[in-house]
Design a protein around this ligand. Structure first.
Ligand SMILES: [Zn+2]
Length: 277
């Protein structure tokens, strides 16, 4: 009997040992599967990292092939923004507005853009502004807004193709008809790279009164600074086609020389204003 018990005990001990062994091997298996899972996770993260680096490398390489640099990229996004602003109908230019332009030396500009139409606002882009052309309206006593409305009505009358970026009135008021990023019909072969300024005048001589003259000088100078030009880039319609326009400043060359020198002086003032800001 004692033997039997002993035998049983032995057996019990053995069963216990086996259980412990089984338990041990199970926990070992669990442990190894946990390690495996962890390794898999690390491997996945590494692969993801490699893919991200590879995509980044491809993008940078492509950009290099196309001759882009980060600077260009930033510049491009900059021009895209200003293009978007320029295409807005209530925005005369890439930045600012009448108040901001006045701080830069411009006279107050009343932005009254023409409705796009093929007779006065064809919406043809100006690639690069090279000249500012001065004209006279050849319509004594007429106001700036009346001239602007004449351009506007060409959309309906189809009389002729004519327009101007700006009209300077008898009180020195300035009306903008066309954004500086688009062509006007004023200066014939130079329309492609020229901004036009029509000036009102009180009588047949075509001489500008003081208010009109001052605004025309300020407007020309501000445009020169804005587009990186000098007073040498300010021309008369006459200089392009030989037309007697602006009449008084063709018939009196000294008056034209004086006007250009006044514009040059105003350009210096405007550059000073830029330094202050
Ligand atoms: Zn003209």
């Amino acid at each position: 009997m004692q033997k039997h018990i002993n035998k049983k005990k032995k057996t019990d001990t053995r069963t216990g040992k086996t259980a412990v062994k089984k338990k041990n091997s199970r926990s070992k298996r669990r442990k190894s599967s946990r390690v495996r899972q962890r390794n898999q996770r690390i491997l996945m993260s590494l692969m993801l990292l490699v893919i991200i680096v590879l995509i980044g490398w491809i993008i940078i390489n492509r950009a290099g092939e196309n001759g882009w640099s980060i600077g260009d990229f930033l510049h491009n996004s900059d021009t895209m923004i200003s293009d978007a602003e320029q295409s807005g109908t209530d925005n005369a230019d890439s930045s600012g507005g009448p108040e901001q332009w006045q701080k830069e030396g411009a006279p107050y500009i009343d932005v009254e853009l023409l409705t796009p139409n093929e007779y006065s606002r064809p919406q043809i882009p100006i690639e690069s502004v090279q000249y500012i052309a001065i004209h006279y309206t050849a319509n004594p006593g007429a106001t700036a807004i009346a001239n602007r409305n004449y351009f506007e009505n060409l959309a309906t009358t189809h009389d002729t193709k004519v327009s101007s970026h700006f009209v300077v009135g008898l009180d020195g008021e300035v009306v903008q008809c066309i954004p500086t990023s688009e062509m006007s019909y004023a200066t014939n072969s130079r329309n492609v790279d020229t901004l036009s300024i029509e000036c009102c005048h009180p009588d047949e001589t075509g001489k500008f009164n003081e208010a009109t003259y001052d605004s025309a000088v300020k407007l020309s100078a501000w445009l020169c600074v804005r587009f990186g030009l000098t007073s040498e880039n300010v021309i008369r319609h006459y200089d392009v086609t030989g037309k007697n326009c602006p009449k008084y400043y063709v018939e009196n060359p000294d008056a034209w020389i004086q006007m250009k020198s006044d514009i040059a002086a105003q350009i210096d003032v405007d550059y000073g204003l830029q330094d202050v800001q």
